[in-house]
Design a protein around this ligand. Structure first.
Ligand code: SAM
Length: 225
C-alpha cells in the first residue's frame, strides 16, 4: 500500500508516522508513506499556497493551482483508489472506514490549512472527505496522521500478532475487554481470578462478556439490534 500526504507542514507529520507499528510496517515494506510538500508545486517567488477569500472576510484560503499540480503529478505516476480531504465537515472517521481503506492500493490524503481549500478542489479532485471528530484543528496534518496510523495497523503483517488488531475496540462493534499484566496483585488490587485460571475457553467467554457489558454501559449506540 502507498499513502501520499499532501501538506504545507511536512515537519508536523513526519514524527507520528515514524514510530512503533507504523515505522515497522514501513521498514517491512508493507506501506510506503510519502510526504508531498505542497510548496514545491508553486511557481511564484514566495511559494504561496494561500490567498485572500473572494467576497472578503477573515482568514486565507488554500489556492487551487498548487493542489491541482500536486495531485496531477501523483496521478500521472499511478492510479489512486481514493483522494481524501481531511475536513471537520467530512464523514466521521470510524474503524469500519479504516478497514475499508486498508484494502486499497494507493491513497492520497490532502491536509487542509487556513480556512480550508478552495471549494473547487473538493468538488472536482477529491473522492472522499473525512473528519476525525467534531472539533476544529489548525491543520489537516494530525487528522492525516490519525487516518494513516489507524489504516496501517490493519494491513496484514503490520502487527506481529494479527489477532491483536482484530480484538481491538470497534471491530465487531464492541469495545475491547479490560487487560492486565504482572504483578497479579498490587497494593491489594487483584487481577480477576479467571485470567489466572489457565482455562482458555473460559477466559475467552469472560472477555466476550466483558466486551458486551462495557459496550452496553459505555457506548450503547455501538450495539447491533
Ligand atoms: N474553516 C474550516 C471549517 O470550519 O470547517 C476549518 C478549517 S481548519 C482551521 C484547517 C484545516 O484543518 C481544515 O481544512 C482541515 O483540513 C483540517 N481539520 C481541522 N479540523 C479537522 C477535523 N476535525 N477533521 C479533519 N480535518 C480537520
Amino acid at each position: 500500500m502507498r499513502i501520499d500526504i499532501i501538506t504545507v507542514l511536512p515537519e508536523l507529520i513526519g514524527s507520528p508516522l515514524d514510530h512503533s507499528i507504523v515505522k515497522r510496517a514501513r521498514e517491512k515494506g508493507l506501506v510506503e508513506i510519502n510526504l508531498v510538500h505542497l510548496r514545491e508545486f508553486t511557481n511564484d517567488r514566495h511559494k504561496s499556497v494561500d490567498d485572500y477569500p473572494f467576497g472578503g472576510g477573515a482568514g486565507m484560503v488554500m489556492k487551487i493551482e498548487p493542489v491541482y499540480r500536486a495531485i496531477e503529478h501523483l496521478k500521472s505516476q499511478r492510479f489512486y483508489d481514493e483522494i481524501i480531504y481531511t475536513s471537520p465537515d467530512g464523514e466521521p472517521f470510524t474503524q469500519k472506514m479504516a478497514n475499508e481503506l486498508a484494502l486499497k492500493q494507493n491513497i492520497i490524503i490532502l491536509a487542509g490549512h487556513y480556512k480550508g481549500v478552495d471549494h473547487r478542489i473538493r468538488e472536482n479532485l477529491i473522492t472522499r472527505e473525512i473528519s476525525i471528530g467534531d472539533y476544529v484543528l489548525s491543520g489537516g496534518e494530525m487528522p492525516a496522521a490519525v487516518i494513516a496510523d489507524a489504516v496501517v495497523r490493519l494491513i496484514p503483517g503490520a502487527i506481529t500478532d494479527e489477532q491483536s488488531a482484530l480484538l481491538d475496540s470497534f471491530q465487531d462493534d464492541l469495545l475491547s475487554p479490560p487487560v492486565y499484566t504482572r504483578p497479579a496483585s498490587f497494593m491489594g488490587w487483584k487481577v480477576p481470578d479467571i485470567l489466572l485460571s489457565g482455562h482458555t475457553g473460559e477466559i475467552e467467554k469472560w472477555r466476550h462478556e466483558q466486551s458486551v457489558e462495557r459496550t452496553r454501559k459505555l457506548r450503547p449506540g455501538l450495539m447491533k439490534e
